[in-house]
Design a protein. Structure first.
Length: 686
C-alpha cells in the first residue's frame, strides 16, 4: 500500500503524558516540587491529628470556629438580600433573631426561673422571645397605621420585657434607686445631642437613649437582690416598651430607601464582626476598668480619685527623696564631660557654619551620648514603678531605633546583607517569655568558688582573671590594646591638626574609654578589670555580678532583652524606608560632591524621618506596657517593678481591684496620646 506500519512488540506501551512527572524545564520542576511539598505537609497534618488528641481537639475547634463564622457571614448576606425582594420576610427574620439572641443571653446566664440545665430549659424562653419579636416585626412591616404600629410594637416588646421581669430570679431583682433615673436622664440627653449632631429629630434620639439608659441604670447601677418582684417586672418592661415606641415611629421604607439599606448593609456585614470583636474585647473592658478604678479594693465602696492619689503617694511608685544624689553620680560625671565637649565643638562649629548642632555635625555625637548618660544619672537616683517605666521608654526606644538605623545603613547593599539582617531579625521570632528565659541563663551568677555557667559572668570573671595575671596572654592582650590606644591617639591628633572636628569625635571618645581601661588593666589605678577581687589571703578570687539583682542598673540589663528583640524590628522597617529613597536625590548629591556621610545626614535621613517617627511611637506604646520580661526575670523585685506587672499583682495577687484598675488606666492614658498622634499622622499621609 506504499505506507509503512510500525508494529509494537508485545509488552510495549505508548507513552502517555504524566501530569505529575517533571519534563525537565524549570516551571515543570517547580510545579513537581510544590506538589511533593504539599503532599508532605498534608501527611504531617494527618499524622499529627491521628497521634495527638490535643491536636485533634484544636483542629475541631478551629473548624467549628471558621465554619460558624462563615455560616454567620453567609446568613447575613442572604438575609439582607431580602431587603429589596421581601421586606416583610427581612423584618420577621431580623426581629426574630434579635429576640432569640436576647432571650438566649438571659437564659444562658440562668437569670430567669426555669432556665439552665437541660436543653428544653435553656431554649424555651429564647424561642418565646424570638417568636414574639418576629410577630412585632411582621406587623411593623405590613401595617403603616401609626396607632396599630405603636400598640403592637410597644405592647409586644414591653410584654416580653414584663415576662422576663416576672421570671427574674430573686438574686437579680434590682432595688429602686435615684441613680436609675439619673442614668436614664443622662442617656436621653446624650441621645438627643447625637440626633441633633446628625440632623435628626432630637426627641427620636432622646427616646432611644432613654430606652437604652433605663435598663443600664436599673440593672447595672442598682444593687441586685435587694428589690422585689413587682419593681423587677416594671424595670424590665420600661426599656423594651420605650424601644417599641421608638421603632414604631420609623415609617416603612420605600424602594429607594430599601436600595440604600441594601447597599450600606454590605459594608456593615464586612466590618461588623471586627467592630463587635473590638467592642467586646477593648471598648467594654476599658470602660469597665475606668469604672472600677474609682472604687475600693472590693469594688463596692466609691472612693473617687483615691486610688490614683495612693499610686503617686506610694514611694514604691514615685520616689524623688534622693534627687540631690544624681549630681554626684558617675553617669552625671560622664554626662558633664561629654556635654562640655559638645559645648567646645559647638562654639567652634558656630563660627564656621552659624549652627551649634545639626544632623551629622561633629557636636551631635557628644550631645546624644551625653544626653543618654544624663538620663541614666536621673533614673538611677529617682526610683519607683513610674520612674522605671519612663527609664524603659527612654533607653529601649532610643537604643532600639538607633541600633536598628545603624544596622540598616551599614548593611544596605553590602555583601551578605540578607544573612546579616536575617540573623539580627531572628530574635523577633522568639516570644518575650522565651527571650527572658534565655537571657536569665546568660545573666546567672554562681558562687565564686564554682565555674560560671552564665555567659556574661564567665566573660566578666575571665577578664578579671586575665587582667590580674602575669602570664603570656595577659601581656599579649595588654600590648595589643596599647597599640590600639596609640593608633586612636594618632588619629585624634591628625584630625585636630587638620581642624577636622567631625573625624576627631569618635577616636577621641574611643581613646578616652580605652585609656581608662588600660589604666585599670595594668593596675595603675585600682586592682585590675573584671570579676576578680583580692581575698583575705591576698589571692584573687572570682567576683561575679548579679546582673538582675543589683539595683539600679539591673533595670538596664532587663532592657537589653527588649533592645535585642526590637532592634531587628527597627532595622527591617528603616531598611525598607532607606531602599525607598529616590535614587535621583542620591545621584544629584554625589554630582554636587557630597560624601557618603553627607548624603546620609542631609538626604537619606530627612526622607525617612516619617518612618523613624512611626518606629519610635510604636516602640513607646510597646515599652509602656512591658510586662513579660519583668515578670519572668525578677517579678518586680530588686527595684525593677513596672506598671503592667504592678497592675497584675495589685489586682490578681493582692486582691486590690481598684488600685490595679487605676494602674491600668495610667498605662492607657500614657499610650493614648502616642496612638492618637500616630493615627492622625497616617490619616494625613493617606
Amino acid at each position: 500500500m506504499g505506507a509503512s506500519v510500525e508494529i509494537m512488540e508485545i509488552g510495549e506501551t505508548e507513552d502517555v503524558a504524566d501530569p505529575f512527572k517533571p519534563t525537565g524545564d524549570p516551571a515543570s520542576m517547580a510545579k513537581y516540587f510544590r506538589v511533593i511539598m504539599w503532599a508532605l505537609v498534608a501527611l504531617f497534618v494527618v499524622v499529627l491529628l491521628v497521634a495527638y488528641s490535643k491536636a485533634r481537639t484544636t483542629a475541631v475547634t478551629v473548624i467549628i470556629a471558621v465554619g460558624a463564622s462563615a455560616a454567620v457571614w453567609i446568613a447575613a448576606n442572604l438575609l439582607f438580600n431580602q431587603v429589596r425582594r421581601n421586606w416583610v420576610l427581612f423584618n420577621v427574620i431580623s426581629y426574630g433573631v434579635i429576640g432569640f439572641l436576647v432571650g438566649a443571653v438571659l437564659s444562658g446566664n440562668e437569670l430567669l426561673e426555669g432556665t439552665g440545665g437541660g436543653f428544653f430549659n435553656w431554649v424555651w424562653f429564647p424561642l418565646i422571645a424570638g417568636a414574639g419579636a418576629a410577630a412585632v416585626g411582621f406587623v411593623l412591616a405590613r401595617f403603616s397605621e401609626p396607632t396599630i404600629r405603636l400598640v403592637v410594637a410597644a405592647g409586644g416588646l414591653g410584654g416580653l420585657g414584663l415576662l422576663a421581669g416576672l421570671l427574674l430570679r430573686p438574686a437579680y431583682q434590682p432595688e429602686v434607686s435615684p441613680g436609675v433615673f439619673a442614668y436614664a436622664a443622662g442617656a436621653a440627653i446624650v441621645g438627643a445631642l447625637l440626633s441633633l449632631l446628625f440632623k435628626h429629630a432630637w426627641w427620636h434620639g432622646a427616646l432611644l437613649g432613654l430606652a437604652l439608659g433605663w435598663p443600664l441604670g436599673a440593672f447595672g447601677y442598682a444593687d441586685l437582690g435587694d428589690g422585689n418582684a413587682a419593681w423587677a417586672a416594671i424595670a424590665a418592661a420600661i426599656g423594651p416598651t420605650l424601644l417599641g415606641v421608638r421603632v414604631s415611629l420609623a415609617p416603612i421604607p420605600d424602594t429607594v430607601r430599601r436600595n440604600l439599606i441594601d447597599q450600606r448593609s454590605r459594608a456593615v456585614i464586612f466590618i461588623a464582626p471586627a467592630l463587635l470583636f473590638i467592642f467586646a474585647t477593648l471598648v467594654v473592658p476599658t470602660i469597665r476598668t475606668i469604672y472600677l478604678s474609682f472604687f475600693s479594693d472590693n469594688s463596692e465602696d466609691y472612693v473617687g480619685l483615691a486610688n490614683y492619689k495612693d499610686t503617686f503617694d506610694d514611694p514604691n511608685s514615685w520616689d524623688t527623696s534622693n534627687w540631690k544624689d544624681m549630681f554626684f553620680s558617675f553617669p552625671m560625671t560622664v554626662a558633664i564631660v561629654l556635654l562640655a565637649i559638645f559645648v567646645v565643638i559647638g562654639i567652634s562649629q558656630k563660627r564656621r557654619t552659624g549652627k551649634v548642632v545639626e544632623l551629622g555635625s561633629p557636636s551631635m555625637f557628644p550631645l546624644v551620648i551625653g544626653g543618654l548618660f544624663l538620663s541614666f544619672a536621673v533614673f538611677t537616683v529617682l526610683r519607683g514603678t513610674i520612674i522605671n517605666n519612663l527609664w524603659w521608654v527612654a533607653v529601649v526606644t532610643g537604643l532600639s531605633t538607633g541600633l536598628g538605623l545603624a544596622v540598616a545603613v551599614l548593611a544596605d547593599r553590602a555583601r551578605g546583607e540578607r544573612i546579616a539582617k536575617s540573623i539580627i531579625f531572628m530574635p523577633m521570632a522568639i516570644s518575650l517569655v522565651g527571650a527572658s528565659v534565655i537571657w536569665r541563663f546568660m545573666y546567672v551568677a554562681r558562687d565564686s568558688t564554682k565555674q560560671q555557667t552564665g555567659v556574661m559572668n564567665a566573660l566578666w570573671v575571665g577578664l578579671g582573671r586575665l587582667s590580674t595575671g602575669s602570664g603570656f596572654w595577659t601581656w599579649l592582650v595588654g600590648i595589643v590594646l596599647t597599640i590600639a590606644f596609640i593608633g586612636l591617639v594618632a588619629l585624634l591628633g591628625q584630625a585636630l591638626v587638620r581642624r577636622n572636628w567631625g573625624k576627631a569625635v569618635v577616636p577621641g571618645v574611643a581613646a578616652l574609654l580605652l585609656g581608662w581601661f588600660l589604666i585599670r588593666y595594668f593596675a595603675i589605678v585600682g586592682g585590675g578589670v573584671g570579676g576578680q577581687v583580692s581575698g583575705p589571703d591576698g589571692q584573687f578570687v572570682g567576683n561575679p555580678v548579679n546582673f538582675v539583682q543589683e539595683p539600679p542598673y539591673n533595670n538596664f540589663w532587663l532592657m537589653v532583652v527588649l533592645i535585642w528583640i526590637q532592634t531587628g524590628f527597627s532595622m527591617v522597617i528603616l531598611s525598607a524606608a532607606i531602599k525607598a529613597v529616590p535614587t535621583e536625590f542620591i545621584e544629584a548629591a554625589r554630582v554636587d560632591g557630597a560624601t557618603d556621610s553627607q548624603i546620609f545626614w542631609r538626604v537619606t535621613l530627612p526622607q525617612i524621618a516619617p518612618t523613624i517617627g512611626v518606629v519610635v511611637t510604636t516602640l513607646i506604646v510597646l515599652v509602656m506596657k512591658v510586662y513579660d520580661i519583668v515578670k519572668v526575670m525578677t517579678n518586680g523585685n530588686f527595684g525593677t517593678q513596672v506598671l503592667a506587672n504592678d497592675m497584675f499583682q495589685q489586682a490578681f495577687q493582692f486582691g486590690n481591684v481598684g488600685r490595679g484598675a487605676s494602674l491600668a488606666v495610667l498605662i492607657f492614658v500614657s499610650v493614648l496620646p502616642v496612638m492618637i498622634y500616630n493615627i492622625r499622622k497616617m490619616q494625613r499621609e493617606a
